[in-house]
Design a protein. Structure first.
Length: 465
């Protein structure tokens, strides 16, 4: 089917927020209001497609879906909506989603106000030069204080909150106003429809029958089935087998035009050939330069993953390679343990990321795994001037050969109500933290800045906090 939309009627936006502020619930209401999903097919957190996401009630993977919206001005707009994770471990997913958008809906909980990831995601959106639409969610709750939250948004984030939309993801109140704000506040995409095809890969996943399927944002030209395309980073050629969009189920189209977000079936069976952040272009007439990619994700926490039965070692290797297509932040290398046999030392963005990946490996690839205690990466400088990276005590050189050891530190920000400043300060001191600064953002919140060793954070710091 073909549905070409005028570029001026396209809006690409991400929904970003702190964890549990209601992004996925607002996405559900948008799908419902625009009749993208029939009432009988609706279920909670439609865009959280993994079992783990449904069970834990969190978003792990960004998900792009197209909805058609009949606005009050009489035009039908094409919205490409990307729902993003809220947890700090998945900030990498958020930054990738923002690269595909012209706007961001910044959701703030009317009962909680501005929290740590609200600040972090707002800064990401500002740095990407996006149009920001503030939305205050959960106004149906008795403890909601939308006016106070508006003040906080202006004070803490320096974003004008006069036109912040008050919504309730639960009841659907204000969702229509939010969609109208997106029409007026978010810019349409720009690009050259006649230039050679140029599309950024936002995400990808492996399909046993169709090979790697890449989620893309088209910046110039168009993509059609049958085209000879290539990935610019590795100059990997492939034949485009199908293009389409998610609504939220896959719907094939005749073409993906400039400014649109959708998927491309590459037919490539080797997951390693497709890199998130790479640019897809024409094989015989490539674009002049690739899209600006992303920074490589840097693992923060390392743990050993070993199969319970050593004969599943190769299965674990294949599973990690297939999962890397869907999660490019995964880094691993083979490791041998006297007690556990052969396995892999895997780098993660944080503890939740580690839990989720282990669970996905066990469920999706039917593996039984043992995970070692998480650790961080130390730099050991030897007396002969050599520097080695050590992640396990057994790899340390002899004490007489060590000049000094460096460990990773974080510049951390904790936002708390004033009553808890003393207790949090004590917790930081117990974890070798050094306080550097403290700012009173409002009557209800204090922002504390401190330096703390990463090794102290990965054990039980968050539980105690």
């Amino acid at each position: 089917m073909s549905t070409k939309t005028e570029t001026s009627l396209i809006r690409n936006f991400s929904i970003v927020a702190h964890i549990d502020h209601g992004k996925s619930t607002i996405s559900d209401r948008i799908l419902e209001l625009t009749h993208t999903v029939e009432q009988r097919d609706l279920y909670k957190q439609m865009l959280d497609s993994m079992d783990i996401e449904q069970e834990r009630g969190i978003t792990i993977k960004s998900n792009a879906v197209r909805v058609m919206y009949d606005a009050d001005d009489g035009n039908q707009y094409q919205f490409n909506l990307i729902d993003t994770p809220g947890h700090v471990d998945f900030t990498y997913e958020v930054s990738r989603s923002l690269a595909a958008c012209e706007g961001a809906v910044l959701v703030v909980d009317a009962t909680q106000g501005v929290e740590a990831q609200t600040v972090s995601n707002a800064l990401l959106a500002m740095n990407a030069d996006l149009d920001i639409v503030p939305a205050i969610n959960k106004i149906d709750l008795p403890s909601a204080e939308p006016e106070m939250v508006k003040e906080e948004i202006e004070e803490v984030l320096a974003i004008p909150a006069d036109d912040a939309v008050c919504v309730s993801g639960k009841t659907g109140e204000g969702i229509h106003d939010l969609l109208e704000s997106i029409v007026y506040l978010v810019s349409p995409p720009t690009g050259n429809a006649d230039a050679p095809a140029k599309a950024l890969i936002l995400d990808s996943y492996f399909d046993a029958y169709r090979g790697v399927v890449a989620m893309v944002r088209v910046f110039d030209g168009e993509l059609r089935p049958g085209m000879r395309l290539m990935m610019m980073a590795e100059a990997t050629p492939f034949l485009c087998e199908e293009v389409g969009v998610k609504r939220p189920l896959e719907q094939p189209l005749d073409q993906l035009s400039m400014g649109e977000v959708g998927y491309v079936v590459t037919g490539l069976k080797d997951p390693a050939l497709v890199h998130t952040g790479d640019t897809i272009t024409l094989e015989d007439n490539p674009c002049a330069e690739p899209c600006p990619g992303y920074h490589e994700a840097k693992p923060m926490v390392y743990t050993g993953l070993f199969p319970v039965d050593n004969k599943f070692y190769e299965n674990l290797r294949d599973a990690l390679e297939k999962l890397k297509v869907n999660d490019p932040s995964l880094v691993w290398q083979p490791e041998t343990s006297v007690a556990l046999g052969f396995g892999f030392r895997v780098g993660f963005l944080g503890l939740l990321h580690m839990e989720v990946i282990k669970e996905r490996l066990e469920r999706e690839f039917d593996l039984d795994l043992i995970a070692t205690s998480p650790s961080v990466d130390y730099h050991v400088y030897k007396t002969d001037g050599e520097m080695i990276e050590v992640t396990s005590p057994q790899d340390l050189p002899k004490p007489e050969n060590i000049e000094r050891i460096e460990e990773p530190y974080l510049k951390a920000t904790v936002i708390v109500p004033p009553d808890y400043v003393g207790a949090v300060m004590q917790l930081l001191i117990d974890h070798r933290g050094i306080s550097t600064d403290m700012v009173y953002l409002s009557v209800k919140s204090v922002e504390m800045h401190f330096d703390i060793p990463l090794a102290e954070l990965i054990l039980d710091f968050f539980d105690q906090l």
